[in-house]
Structure formats: structure tokens, C-alpha cells
Design a protein around this ligand. Structure first.
Ligand code: GLU
Length: 317
């Protein structure tokens, strides 16, 4: 692969991800890897018949879901990874997106499950959400999906920041060290599993708390919205985790804008779906992925026409 030969026509595009220690960062970079692999494969000739342009992909770390959607709306990013709940709210103009409805948001496909996890350090002696009363809690950086979903959970539980001793707005890549150093007692985070950062938390003795669903306010959240579902982190996922952790969760999804050209979206989807086994190997959280689910689950924005073109061509739709 030579840069020289494409220098004239290379077009760069960006996929917004999340913190460098999360799964979104790996997701965005796995997509770029598949695209570049596709572009250099024998399929290359075929991609030329779709478009004469050559694309180069970058997937920087970012503030997370809502930041990514905002950057796509502003035309700064062409794609982003975002939680299914924030995809829903952005396209419908609800919750944090009230008055800022992004009707041109388009779904591409969904990826892994993201159980919402409250991790607490051992010495904090917290057993459940209620036990966070009077503790120092990281609610996440503004712009992250974790921050938004933590706030929705707090609303459902009928509490605000004053329930805690203090709140911090650390990013996902800062929170584990803060927890292990005892600077915070807990954090709330929506993220795929297994992942290295949570294993680090488990290794310093922290645990993911179960979030009680049955008959409680969180069951109400799940019943009231398609973008939430019950979720389980199976026993043994992390060091010292003896039991299944039950909670609610969202899906990680890849989104774009109606303003992004169909040829590009088509190529991105095709690169991932035609290198699917390789894609799934890029992160352990991708192991359970199935193509049929990825074009159906967790998508509340309409599918982009370029994605539909590929799904029809591949007989998936
Ligand atoms: N779900 C998180 C967010 O939207 C990001 C998780 C990750 O980086 O894997 O902020």
C-alpha cells in the first residue's frame, strides 16, 4: 500500500470513539483497520467501481457518545460510536437533546452490549445504589454516555448530586486509578466487557454492584424504553467476581449523518461485514456479535441509505 499512489484523491474521515482505555476506542480503530484492509485487498478493484475516491480513516479518543453525536451534527466527524439511549435522544430531541434534535442522525449498525456498571472500592463498603449515599462518586465527564446514563439512573432513583458527599467528572481513563487510590468511592460506567480497565479495578479489590431490577425503578426504566435492556456480567468475567452481576444496559452503536455520502457509508459497512471474523477478533467484547442483530438491535435512528444498500446487496435485508 503506497501513500504516493493515492495522495491525490485520499479523503480523510473521522470516527469518534471514547476514552483510550475503553471499548469504543478499540471499536473505531477496528473499523478503520477493516477499511484499510479492504482497500488493499483484491476487492480493491470492486471498491473502485463504487467510488473513485480513496478513503483514510482515523479514530481518535474522545469524550464519548454525546460528544461524538455533537461532532457529527457539526460536520466535524463523519461517524461515531454512541450508546443506543443517546442515539435515541439525539434523533428524537429528548433528554439532553431537548431543543437540539438532530433529525439527520443515521444508524449504521450496532456493536457490543454495554451493561451500566457501578464499581465501588472495597473500603467504601457499598452494596448497592442506595449505599452510595454520602460517598464520593464519579459521574463521568460531560459529553460521555456514561455521564448521561448515570444522570438518567439517578433521576429514576429519585436522587441528585446532593445524595453523594461529592461528585467528580473524571474521564473513563482517569476513574479507575482514582478508585484504586481511594480518591473516589465509586463510579458509574456503561462499557462493554470484558475490558482491561475494569479488570484493573477488579485487581485492586473493587467490585461491580448489582443493580436491583425486579419491581424497582430500574425495571421501570427498562420497561419504558427500547434502548434499555436487562444485562448481566457473567460470574468470572473479572478477578474475584464470584456472582453474575445483574444490571440494565444499552448497546454500543455506530452512527453517522445523512450528510455523509452513501458511498463512504457503504464502504465502511462492507469492509466490516466482509471481514467479519477478523473484526470480531479485534476485541473480546465483539465475540458474541451476529450480523442479523447488528442491523436490528439498538437502532432508533433510521439506517443510512449507504448501509441499506450493502445490507440489501448482501441479502441481510
Ligand atoms: N459508553 C461510554 C460513553 O459513551 C464509552 C464506553 C467506551 O469507551 O467503551 O461514554
Amino acid at each position: 500500500f503506497s501513500f504516493g499512489s493515492i495522495a491525490k484523491s485520499a479523503e480523510f474521515f473521522t470516527i469518534g470513539t471514547g476514552g483510550p482505555t475503553g471499548v469504543y476506542f478499540q471499536t473505531g480503530n477496528a473499523i478503520c483497520k477493516m477499511l484499510h484492509k479492504y482497500a488493499t485487498s483484491s476487492e480493491h478493484g470492486r471498491s473502485k467501481s463504487v467510488t473513485d475516491k480513496q478513503y483514510r480513516c482515523t479514530a481518535p479518543s474522545t469524550g464519548g457518545s454525546n460528544y461524538n453525536i455533537g461532532q457529527i451534527a457539526a460536520g466535524e466527524f463523519q461517524f461515531g460510536v454512541a450508546q443506543s439511549d443517546w442515539q435515541f435522544h439525539a434523533v428524537n430531541g429528548s433528554s439532553k437533546w431537548e431543543g437540539k434534535k438532530f433529525g439527520n442522525l443515521r444508524a449504521v449498525f450496532s456493536v457490543h452490549n454495554e451493561p451500566f456498571q457501578i464499581w465501588a472500592r472495597k473500603k467504601a463498603k457499598v452494596k448497592d445504589f442506595k449505599g452510595l449515599k454520602g460517598k464520593t462518586v464519579n459521574i463521568g465527564n460531560p459529553g460521555s454516555g456514561q455521564r448521561g446514563t448515570m444522570e438518567e439512573l439517578m433521576k429514576a432513583m429519585g436522587v441528585d448530586n446532593s445524595y453523594f458527599k461529592g461528585v467528580t467528572e473524571l474521564t473513563s481513563s482517569e476513574q479507575v486509578k482514582a478508585l484504586c487510590d481511594g480518591k473516589i468511592d465509586a463510579f458509574g460506567y456503561s462499557v462493554g466487557f470484558p475490558n482491561g480497565a475494569m479488570e484493573q479495578a477488579a485487581t485492586c479489590g473493587a467490585k461491580a454492584l448489582p443493580i436491583n431490577l425486579t419491581g424497582g425503578p430500574v425495571q421501570g426504566l427498562i420497561d419504558g424504553a427500547d434502548y434499555y435492556a436487562a444485562a448481566t456480567i457473567p460470574a468470572g468475567t473479572y478477578t474475584g467476581q464470584k456472582k453474575d452481576v445483574t444490571t440494565f444496559g444499552v448497546k454500543a452503536t455506530v452512527v453517522t449523518s445523512n450528510a455523509v455520502e452513501a458511498d463512504l457509508v457503504y464502504l465502511v459497512v462492507k469492509a466490516v461485514f466482509e471481514n467479519f471474523d477478523d473484526f470480531r477478533k479485534q476485541h473480546p467484547a465483539f465475540a458474541p456479535l451476529k450480523k442479523e442483530d447488528m442491523i436490528a438491535d439498538g437502532l432508533s435512528a433510521p439506517l443510512h441509505e449507504g448501509a441499506i444498500r450493502y445490507y440489501k446487496e448482501a441479502g441481510l435485508m
